[in-house]
Ligand binder design. Structure first.
Ligand code: CA
Length: 296
């Protein structure tokens, strides 16, 4: 076994909204974990509430981190969060920087999701439309819980309203006021790479006609979903991955914000079906090598 991805601290992978470790045999981080492990990395795909506020998820993640530290003897961890998982790891790093070597945001709505804004505008809470949206999310959350096979632990609470408020531009702006670590000072800029001893990194993709809608994404329905969702974007129209805008995603050292990846491609979904020329797993491997080189 090579040691090219043998980071000093374990890698914790934190999923986004409706996240999971494994549904039946299907992993959230599809094809990501094994190649990292083959390069010597210690990798932990972890579970937090699939549908809840960033703060609640973050408090749950703190407990998981303490458990991983006990199990491995590590004094810190590297946190990689996808989508709302990025906000979740930012919360933890802000509260307990002593436990965190690095924060990496993958397609994270670090300034909010315009899709969440659209849903709030179009289907406000308490209206029939809002109730339908909540029912769909509640049903998906329930199904994921039933078929989750990668998580063993106490039942994690669900709060659909809090989850939604954690993802809107307004909600994330409130969050950012309390937890600004790593955010760019100007829209579209880079953030500070090192804050309170924690390294901050980010990457994300955008829908790229001729690439993300080609290749194996031609047979991946989740790409069509992203293309439909992208129509709800106003500020970052044509510059989003279907759920998150490229500038909204920027945090710390920006590795890239325009890879040809839709929001699901970023974690190699579904079942590794990605667009033409996309190599999402390679981004994780390169990043592990980057963390290792930085002594993390
Ligand atoms: Ca895909």
């Amino acid at each position: 076994m090579t040691q090219e991805y043998a980071t000093r601290y374990p890698l914790l992978l934190v999923p986004g909204l409706l996240g999971f470790v494994r549904v039946l045999i299907y992993p959230y981080w599809f094809g990501v974990v094994k190649p990292l492990e083959r390069g010597g990395a210690r990798v932990f795909p972890v579970m937090v509430s699939g549908v809840n506020s960033t703060e609640i998820r973050g408090e749950q993640l703190l407990l998981v981190i303490e458990q991983v530290m006990r199990d491995t003897g590590a004094s810190k961890v590297n946190l990689i969060g996808h989508s709302q998982g990025a906000l979740t790891v930012r919360y933890v790093a802000a509260r307990r920087p002593d436990l965190v070597a690095s924060v990496t945001s993958v397609a994270g709505p670090n300034h909010g999701s315009e899709l969440a804004d659209f849903l709030e505008r179009r289907f406000p809470a308490g209206t029939p439309g809002g109730r339908v949206v909540n029912a769909i999310i509640g049903l998906m959350d329930w199904l994921i819980r039933i078929f989750e096979t990668g998580y063993r632990g106490p039942r994690l609470p669900t709060d659909i309203t809090a989850s939604h408020q954690s993802l809107t531009t307004t909600g994330v702006a409130l969050f950012n006021r309390r937890y600004p670590q790593g955010l760019p000072a100007t829209w579209g800029g880079d953030g500070e790479e090192l804050v309170d001893g924690v390294r901050y990194y980010s990457w994300s993709g955008i829908l790229t006609p001729g690439r993300t809608n080609r290749g194996l994404n031609l047979i991946d329905g989740s790409n069509i979903v992203c293309r439909l969702f992208a129509r709800t974007f106003i500020k970052e129209r044509g510059q989003c991955d279907g759920m998150v805008g490229r500038f909204s995603s920027r945090l710390g050292k920006v590795i890239g914000d325009d890879f040809p990846l839709d929001h699901f491609d970023s974690v190699n979904q579904m079942i590794g079906l990605v667009g033409k020329g996309a190599r999402p797993v390679q981004l994780f491997l390169e990043h592990a090598a980057r963390l290792k080189a930085a002594g993390l």
